[in-house]
Design a protein around this ligand. Structure first.
Ligand SMILES: [Zn+2]
Length: 427
């Protein structure tokens, strides 16, 4: 394997370390998919987010315990994604800390439970591919786009504690352990985002409304529509704080008011640009297949490290915006009642001069390293159930080459785990 060097370089965002962000404010980066923050108050600790596994939470707690032995008084969830809520029992240490979240907090745990009725099963299968679960490290799974490739998996989802205090107000201030915290609803990557503003030290805990990647406006594991404009508006809200430290749910903290202003403004502008250009194309009656190729970030934004497509991807965001606002129909009447994939494939094979002729074309595409074309041609054989082993073998090889070219970690992982699954299905 020869992974995309930019994706390998992105590993610098997840070097395992505890960072002092301000006096008595610490962040644990690189221990898990998500970061954990500790605020040391008079008589206790406030923990913000808890990771996806109890093992990762234990590792972080051990580091935090080198700094403070005060009991955990309060845990705050920035949102309900399982990589932020699954280590709470570890930080509770057998006690009963209060657990704060937004009143529209909805646990993601149920949705990925494979025993849950559909779509839980498919969501779990696709989640495994997106995060490359079962791939080797570091050869195959370089990282997961917003977290390290070698995080512990023991106790996945096991340490969740339900919120004990639900925040209903859009902005409210609480006092805990001698600290004053402003809690602000800021819907973005999820509708239930609750960001935390430590005004005394000018530290803003923004959850997943910012991390060092183009925002994940659509996750290929499958997600409901994430409201683009709402996310952009929340970035305007975050800009108002004029923070000195931006402590994100993933990747390294951003330090300095000017830098924070730059990254949040770029993030907002990138989302708004994708919306504007996609809407413009939609109004010209272009479909998602065309728009995915025509909408891109302006070069000034595309070059920014915090907008590289390590986790989110512009073309997938464009498709998501189309589907989220107009639904699945691209407007072309041909697509109202398409032939079944099997029938379309059989007719394409006939058109190509028969199965042996199309196989020669497929082999030539592989020899020419025309890998996307290999995928598309091989799917005809698979759909028509003809020469499937030959087609699958070539498809697997091309998936692995495309994975190495990909800067997007979720795309790389999805290609590689799919390749393994297809390989295992070859008779
Ligand atoms: Zn997250």
């Amino acid at each position: 394997m020869n992974p995309n060097p930019e994706l390998v370089d992105h590993n610098k965002q997840f070097q395992k370390q505890v960072i002092e962000l301000a006096p008595d404010v610490y962040g644990a980066v690189g221990f898990a998919a998500s970061n954990v923050y500790m605020l040391i108050g008079d008589e206790g600790l406030i923990i913000i987010d808890t990771t996806e596994t109890t093992r990762a939470a234990e590792n972080i707690r051990a580091e935090f315990r080198k700094i403070s032995d005060k009991p955990v008084h309060t845990i705050i969830y920035t949102h309900s994604h399982r990589d932020h809520i699954s280590g709470a029992t570890v930080f509770a240490e057998g006690g009963s800390p209060e657990i704060i979240a937004s009143d529209n907090f909805e646990s993601d745990l149920v949705n990925v439970d494979p025993k849950h009725p559909t779509p839980g099963k498919v969501l779990m299968a696709r989640t495994k591919r997106q995060f490359g679960m079962g791939l080797s490290f570091p050869e195959e799974r370089v990282n997961i786009g917003l977290g390290p490739g070698d995080r512990p998996m023991e106790g996945m989802g096991a340490g969740f504690i339900a919120p004990t205090l639900s925040i209903a107000e859009s902005r409210s201030t609480i006092a805990r352990c001698g600290l004053s915290l402003e809690l602000v609803k800021a819907p973005g990557e999820t509708p239930d985002h609750l960001v935390v503003w430590l005004a005394d030290k000018k530290v803003l805990f923004c959850g997943d409304n910012f991390y060092c990647s183009f925002p994940n406006l659509y996750a290929i594991r499958g997600t409901p529509y994430r409201d683009f404009t709402t996310w952009a508006d929340s970035l305007d809200l975050l800009l108002e704080f004029n923070a000195s430290v931006l402590a994100a749910g993933h990747t390294m903290p951003v330090i300095g008011a000017d830098k924070i202003k730059e990254v949040l403004t770029d993030y907002r502008d990138a989302i708004n640009h994708v919306v504007a250009k996609t809407v413009e194309g939609m109004n010209q009656q272009l479909g998602p297949d065309e728009l995915a190729y025509t909408v891109s970030l302006p070069p000034s934004l595309a070059a920014k490290p915090h907008l590289k497509e390590f986790y989110g991807k512009v073309s997938w965001a464009v498709r998501a915006y189309f589907a989220g606002t107009l639904g699945w129909f691209d407007g072309n009447p041909t697509n109202l009642m398409r032939l079944s994939p099997a029938e379309s494939a059989e007719r394409t094979i006939l058109l190509a001069g028969g199965v042996d002729a199309l196989l020669k074309t497929l082999q030539q595409a592989a020899a020419d390293e025309d890998h996307q074309w290999v995928l598309e041609l091989s799917d005809h054989f698979i759909a028509a159930n003809q020469k499937t082993d030959e087609a699958k073998t070539l498809k697997v090889a091309s998936l692995r080459v495309l994975a190495d070219r990909e800067i997007n970690a979720t795309g790389r992982n999805y290609y590689l785990l799919s390749a393994r699954e297809i390989e295992e299905s070859i008779s």
